[in-house]
Design a protein around this ligand. Structure first.
Ligand SMILES: [Zn+2]
Length: 430
């Protein structure tokens, strides 16, 4: 018994020491002072252990059970324990037992141990006793809660709006991509349907074929880049064709089947039904013609008249197509009244062009009437005046201007004659 009593005394001292330690920790913490349940569990454990009487051999396990129960109860009441003065724990066995329990709690995520002086708001649970009791405090909390609820609703709304706009954006992007694909496919179809001119160089034809193939291949770049590349290649193919055609025409000339020369009468280049230009002649509107048109256009614009060149230079080969088209539609006799046979068109001279709308109605528009009365001041004449078909060979074409230079144009205008009448020449197909 003596031994048992001694052991129990040691155990009691130890347990009381543990209790003191626990209480000491609780003085500044949250367990023994604030958690009645933990305190009750501890007291029960202590009672049970004391009631165990002479079961000295079971002291250790009984103590451990009581300790575990107490700590578990404490942990259930609070996950935060502040150990502010561990030096007060002078019993190593108790300290070891406490440490083991605390470690278990920490491992279970139920306890956070904060070293002295390091207590922060993040690691210390809110103390319910600090909750303001004043009405304004409650109102402030309600306001804060309301604000949080409002913020949550707003954030939710914004998230939904963002989600919606993202979906819209994705849909619009998909639509745009589909449109681009359609355009590219259309361009590719058009490109493959439009054969490179037969006279273009093989190199140009190959480049064109490659550009058409690349049109529908997304790997060859952006849609706009692919279309741009195709357009540039097609333009190059047409230029190559024109160059080949011009070279062929010159070859024909040297071959002797088109060895005529342009006709100048009183220094004026003539292209009418009597006098034709060689097939190789012509290289766009002349610089003088374009400069004179620009001066006329500018003055007309200052008066509110809008002038533009609807049809300028036409090559011999182009005129072949134009005339043949009209002749097949209206017959050659009718076509000859308004369209020149190849080589006989003033459009091949680079000195003539058609303005605005190519209809007789242009002569009755403010633009047409201003042109008729003022074109000579810029070096132009209305080449096929009204009532002069007998000398010019063409019906009234108020839209067709011919560049002669200011002096000659003014002289012809003032004479009231057609150019053929003015020069005393004919315009009749041989
Ligand atoms: Zn014309």
């Amino acid at each position: 018994m003596g031994a048992n009593r001694k052991d129990r005394a040691i155990a009691r001292r130890t347990f009381l020491g543990f209790a003191a330690v626990f209480t000491t920790a609780g003085v500044v913490g949250t367990i023994t002072t604030d958690n009645a349940k933990a305190r009750a569990a501890f007291d029960d454990a202590l009672e049970n252990w004391i009631a165990s009487g002479d079961a000295v051999d079971e002291t250790a396990s009984a103590f451990t059970t009581a300790q575990t129960d107490a700590v578990a109860a404490a942990a259930e009441g609070s996950k935060v324990v502040e150990v502010t003065n561990p030096e007060m724990i002078d019993d190593s066995a108790t300290l070891d037992a406490l440490r083991a329990s605390l470690d278990a709690l920490v491992a279970a995520g139920l306890l956070t141990i904060v070293a002295p002086g390091e207590v922060t708001s993040e690691t210390t649970a809110p103390d319910p006793r600090s909750t303001p009791e004043a009405p304004e405090g409650r109102d402030a909390q309600r306001a804060e809660a309301q604000k949080l609820a409002t913020d949550t609703a707003r954030l939710t709304e914004e998230a939904q709006a963002t989600e919606t706009s993202t979906a819209d954006l994705e849909a619009a992007t998909a639509t745009a991509l589909a449109d681009i694909d359609a355009v590219v496919t259309s361009a590719a179809n058009h490109g493959s349907a439009a054969e490179a001119p037969s006279l273009a160089s093989q190199e140009t034809k190959d480049a064109y074929a490659a550009a058409v193939a690349a049109l529908t291949d997304p790997a060859s770049g952006t849609a706009s880049a692919r279309i741009s590349s195709y357009q540039q290649t097609w333009t190059a193919a047409q230029d190559s064709h024109a160059a080949a055609e011009a070279a062929q025409a010159r070859g024909n000339t040297s071959g002797g089947d088109d060895d005529i020369q342009p006709t100048y009468i009183n220094g004026i280049l003539i292209a009418n039904k009597t006098y034709r230009l060689p097939s190789w002649y012509g290289n766009g509107l002349t610089g003088d013609t374009l400069a004179a048109f620009e001066r006329m256009r500018a003055e007309a614009a200052s008066l509110g008249h809008n002038l533009w060149i609807a049809s300028g230079f036409r090559s011999y080969s182009t005129q072949v197509k134009v005339y043949n088209s009209y002749a097949s539609r209206d017959g050659s006799a009718a076509a000859d009244r308004y369209s020149a046979r190849p080589g006989h068109s003033e459009h091949q001279s680079g000195l003539a062009f058609d303005l605005n709308t190519i209809t007789e109605a242009f002569g009755y528009t403010p633009e047409g009437q201003w042109v008729a009365a003022n074109a000579h001041r810029f070096g132009f004449i209305v080449r096929y005046p009204q009532g002069k078909e007998g000398s010019t060979g063409y019906i009234w074409e108020p839209w067709h201007l011919r560049y002669l230079g200011v002096d000659t144009a003014t002289a012809v205008y003032n004479s009231g004659l057609s150019l053929e009448e003015y020069l005393g020449i004919t315009s009749v197909y041989s």
